[in-house]
Design a protein around this ligand. Structure first.
Ligand code: FAD
Length: 415
């Protein structure tokens, strides 16, 4: 009999039997003719949406359609940082919902997502920068998010290898509940959880068009045939605008390549996440020992998933500026993803101009941390046809109504 639940006893039993009896984490079903809900995009947001649709709302006749493999988009390409230290109350509510869900996710999914709340430090390099950080910390604390200022001495004690010659360190903004989680595990855990609740996860299934009747979509056309649908959730990140075009509307999003790298593995040297706004680079150390690092977007919009060499150089130069001793390490891998950036650096969640199509996009460089929240809220929209109070401010209409949530200006940092 195949074993489904992950626990210590089953691990021991399976270890003795050569791990032959584990049930597959999810099925590989053929698409059915129609579903109550079709979700486009098998990244973290699409998979979490399917899971919460089934779990919170009892809607199980659901398909997730993914053109490649699960998590092969940005979800499996990011640098795994989670945090909720945003400036505006709307953002704090959204990202803290996600962080709180992350805090219970391994247990909820029965899948170890390796959440490590090791804290994140954003360095201040001058007195005015530190003053601005104090203002941010005040706002974040008023929003109910744990956040503090660290003195220079505390930063040096926490990160002894930090040794910036050209930029003074005046202190740091720290969120202690921030940290990292294993990105593949987040995608696979949600996929396994959704599959258990009856959701069909269909990989290698590209959505190529939509069939409409009046202002509603009746079916999605895919590389694996036409699939009827009640409601549609779009969670395709950098490709969201291409899908919107097929539905006859445009989204205020630009797709950019965002790149990252890992070094060869070394002994533990860094037990937190550090970001220097002056050089733009941030870094953490993975459980395997590699340094995981990246910075801002490539300079111009593109659908490439490699990244330009000048940006690669800038990221590496920033890392070495922060930690000169890391100059001796070899870079093992470099890669890029397609991220969808909105003018105010905040996501778009909720209804679209097409009656039964709902959106989850615009996460830009920072949507990994939001996966549980994005999924929770999109599921609510799909199930009820209405916003959850937390998603309301992130409606697409905010661009027409001038109600931007300008985290680009307020928090001013990526990831
Ligand atoms: C290098 C890098 C570093 C990052 N670092 C961080 C970080 O540290 N912290 C953080 O919070 N965020 C980070 N991000 C951002 C984060 O990864 C994304 O915001 C998040 O993963 C978006 O999740 P998603 O599910 O919306 O998109 P994705 O994971 O990209 O999923 C979208 C899926 O839709 C599929 N798709 C597209 N078109 C179609 C179609 N026509 N039919 C079917 N399927 C389709 C794609 O194949 C893809 O799998 C980073 C991103 C990158 C690239």
């Amino acid at each position: 009999m195949s074993v489904k639940r992950y626990n210590a006893l089953n691990l021991l039993r399976q270890g003795r039997r050569g791990h032959q009896d584990w049930a597959p984490a999810w099925r590989l079903p053929e698409p059915r003719p129609a579903y109550d809900a079709v979700i486009v995009g098998g990244g973290g947001h699409g998979l979490a949406t399917a899971y919460y649709l089934a779990k919170n709302h009892g809607i199980r006749n659901v398909a997730v359609l993914e053109k490649g493999w699960l998590g092969g988009g940005n979800t499996g390409r990011n640098t795994t940082i989670v945090r909720s230290n945003y400036f505006w109350p709307e953002s704090a509510a959204l990202y803290d919902l996600a962080l709180r869900l992350y805090e219970g996710l391994s247990e909820d999914l029965n899948y170890n997502i390796m959440l490590s709340q090791r804290g994140m430090l954003i360095l201040a390099h001058s007195e005015p920068e530190l003053d601005m950080m104090k203002r941010s910390v005040n706002a974040m604390q008023l929003n109910g998010v744990d956040c503090d200022i660290m003195s220079e001495a505390e930063v040096r004690a926490r990160v002894p290898l930090l040794d910036m010659a050209r930029y003074e360190v005046w202190g740091a903004l720290v969120q202690h509940r921030a940290g990292v989680a294993r990105h593949d595990a987040v995608a696979w855990g949600y996929a396994r959880g959704a599959d258990r609740l009856g959701v069909d996860i269909i990989q290698n299934c590209e959505v190529t068009g939509f069939q409409m009747q009046g202002d509603r979509v009746t079916a999605v056309e895919t590389s694996r045939g036409t699939i009827g649908c009640g409601v549609v959730g779009l969670a395709a990140a950098g490709h969201q605008n291409l899908l919107a075009q097929k539905l006859g509307f445009r989204l205020p999003l630009l797709s950019y390549c965002l790149q990252a790298m890992v070094s060869e593995a070394i002994k533990p040297v860094l037990d937190t996440v550090v970001l220097s706004p002056a050089v733009g680079t941030y870094v953490s150390q993975s459980a395997k020992g590699s340094l995981v690092f990246g910075a801002g977007l490539d300079l111009y919009p593109s659908y490439a998933q490699r990244g330009n060499f000048p940006t690669t150089q800038k990221i590496v130069a920033g890392l070495v500026e922060m930690f000169p001793s890391f100059a001796r390490l070899k870079v093992l891998r470099q890669w890029g993803g397609n991220v969808d950036v909105a003018p105010d650096s905040s996501p778009i969640i909720g209804p679209s101009p097409v009656a039964n199509v709902f959106l989850d996009c615009g996460w830009g460089t920072g949507g990994f941390k939001a996966i549980p929240g994005g999924g929770w809220l999109l599921a609510h929209c799909l199930a009820t046809g209405r916003h959850h109070p937390i998603s309301e401010p992130f409606d697409l209409k905010r661009f027409a109504e001038g109600r931007l949530i300008d985290e680009g200006a307020a928090a001013g940092i990526a990831h």
